[in-house]
Design a protein around this ligand. Sequence first.
Ligand code: COA
Length: 413
Amino acid sequence: MTSPGPKEPSAVPTSAVPPFGALQGVKVVYSAVEIAAPSAAALMAEWGADVVWIENTRTGDSMRDTVNVKELERRNQRSVALNPFTDEGREVLLSLIADADIFVESSKGPTYARRGITDELLWERNPRLVIVHVSGFGQYGVPERVNRAAYDLTVQAYSGYMAQNGTPEQPMAAVPYVGDYFTSLMVVSSALAALHRATATGEGESLDVAMYEVMLRIGSYYLMDYMNDGTVYPRPGPRHPNLCAIGEYRTSDGFIGLCIYGVKQNKYLLERIGLGHLWGTEDYPEDTSALWLDGPQAPLIEAKIEEFCLTQKALELEKEFSEAGLAANAVLEFDQVLAEEHLAQREAIVEWKRQDGSNVKGIGIVPKFARNPGQIWRPMPDLGQDTDTVLTEAGWTPEEISRLEDNGTIRRS
Ligand code: COA
């Protein structure tokens, strides 16, 4: 077989992907590892898309090296072990995207185009395809930068995101893997925006998702002040860079996260920490909505909050402040989070079965669609478990599949 064209939906028996969710009928093919691009596919799989996961024939996706998180990040997907970077592999890839809606790849810069898999080639086979290129630094720009390998940590470092986190002495990455997970959300949202347009026009789209740009966009709140006014806020450590009463404070038994803002809230706080006499003065008039860190009594206010919190139990203070309309939450450790009745009632944590039949606990479907709920319909498959089925659906004969396996283009489990 050389070039199977787009097929009728009913031309071959469909796979076991059950019809459910807002994305039922949407086919996503991705070729990527770890989190940034694959977690976008993972979300779409939970919302009902048919997700084909192309894995390296030699090693599989490096996500397989994890013990538990892979079960969350690769459930509901079909694994095809395929090397798309040979002549035959490219043909197989083209057959897989022929009836796909979205193709996501992640690599160093324009790796796919360099290896002959250009947008134009993909569109020749499927003109309405939405193509998403995920990379650390984009598909074009300074070549030395574009071609670099990238992970969460390095894009946080490059984008100025990391420089905003940590203590004044020590920048720190925000964890866990926020550069990857924010990218995933950008991939999902931009791919679906492009799909909306492609459905209307019949014309596909190509997206250049540079991880560092995602972090630049997400991390731009204070950058805007710097760009426009030259303002630099100190790296805040556990506190807000320019407001009092926002941050993580030590209590007698742990920590509490406070985010106190607003007139009523400030009055309550000042009275509670023994500084009620400041309220209604020239320094803090009765309409003070923000307790600025450069305000006249800011060091005193911060010192009093710290002193006060040390006399309180985190959960009790959370309750008191919440009842008074102040935003506060005890900083929960994992065991406390999982014990929360609220999570139980919302089925935020669920259990499903791994491929070997053992149980795995993880996060349920987020968000909750009222009319088209997501589902967990299968565990993470073995490497190449679905190569046969997916290639058969794409029109390849058993003989051709065996030949592709023999010459190393594909692998079956
Ligand atoms: N089958 C067979 N071989 C495959 C393959 C497949 N499906 N997919 C990739 N390969 C090959 C590549 O051709 C490459 O071969 P080469 O060494 O001969 O060039 C090799 O496997 C390594 O692939 P590559 O993806 O380049 O791995 P890497 O370890 O050098 O880089 C990343 C990995 C993730 C750093 C890089 O792909 C990257 O920067 N991606 C964009 C950003 C990103 O997604 N980062 C991860 C966030 S979680």
